[in-house]
Design a protein around this ligand. Sequence first.
Ligand SMILES: C[S@@+](CC[C@H](N)C(=O)[O-])C[C@H]1O[C@@H](n2cnc3c(N)ncnc32)[C@H](O)[C@@H]1O
Length: 432
Amino acid sequence: MTLTTSDDYVLGRSPEEYERLRAQACMWEPETAQLLDRAGLAPGARCLDAGCGPGEAMRLLAERVGPAGQVTGIDVDARLGAQALGMLQAAGHRQCLFAPVDVETETAVPGAPFDLVLARLLLIHVADPVAVLRRLWDLVAPGGHLIVQDYDLLTGEVVPALDSVEEFRRVALGTFWRAGRDLRLGLRLPELHAEAGLGAPDELEVAARVGLLPALAPLYEAVHRSLLPTALSLGVTTQARCDRWLETFARESAGAVGHGAVAATDREREMQAAHLVDTNSVETVDLMGPTVQFLTAPEPRDDVPCVMRGTIPPGAIVPLHSHGDPETFLAISGELEGLSHSGDRFRWVEIHPGDVFHVPGGVKHAFRNLSPEPAVTIIASTRRIGSFFREVGTTAGHSEEAARRFLEVSERYGYWNATAEENAEVGLLLQP
Ligand SMILES: C[S@@+](CC[C@H](N)C(=O)[O-])C[C@H]1O[C@@H](n2cnc3c(N)ncnc32)[C@H](O)[C@@H]1O
């Protein structure tokens, strides 16, 4: 049985994915072992591994608490949990137990409270990490420890850059992002602790793995395969694009002996320094005709603006809509018209290269490009609108499914879209 109530899990639940989790567990074993030892985990202690997956971290716990201790693993995936328990008991760790528990919805965990609760690579997969953190803390006995290890997904980078790795990052990060996951969760752990009312963590560690690309390539490929069904359903990639990627990546990574996957901390340093943005490799989203390129990616923080390059192809429109986020458009090339609304009146305004068109928050507006050339603007707005574009963007242009998702996501963001009739009244014909 597989208790998969969390069907918004981004990764797969296949034998190949379980193998990948075991390989990933080996990679992080030294750091986890060190943290357990620093917490002074001793024989006889009672531990919980939340989101235990293949049970490799349960093994580390069992080795330390010995036969007099107890190790409980919980996971939403009962099939994987049963495999984990089989492996542990076959290795003689009879103090291990497994219970199928969804940490997002269930509060009762058999055997609580625990001297130590471990959550490794779990929070990145839940919709409300703050609530889960609070729940896990409630399971810790007085004087006990909560150890949380998780990724900052923006740091996984290859230097020098390779197009196929950039495509991997586009798909992987886009999928996590669109599934509503926090790409910076690892570095935000102190903030999440504070929000959960746990105060500041006693200790904070940053660990990173550095390796040569040919050796790490199978892991990249396995992650790509694992999240592909979710990526397809969220419109982040297509099967054809994925097939092309697999071929190109196999070729490029095999020969990339001079390419290293770099450490998390290096990325942080680089991003904090002033730097030229490589506009050829920035993320582009298709808004059913018009496209938006993120010149600065939408950051998790609200106080950082988002700067984008918008392109409206010849004959294309941006239908009538409004949102609370102000937008400023600097026209770069091509000819464009913007719809201005004041009082009860609508008026089309010509926008030429060099013009600046400002849309205050909450104001109805639209665009049309009646010229034979693409109209390109630089857009300065909020990170919220950048996140919205990311969520609604497609890889396959206009489709009924894309239009439906656009309206659903707009509603969630509180954005208003005019009806087909209201658009027709201002001279805009929507695609059926
Ligand atoms: C990336 S794996 C990490 C496994 C293990 N902690 C490790 O580090 O090797 C994430 C695990 O969290 C589990 N998980 C995801 N959402 C969960 C939830 N809501 N409740 C319990 N487990 C969950 C998944 O089934 C998966 O086994």
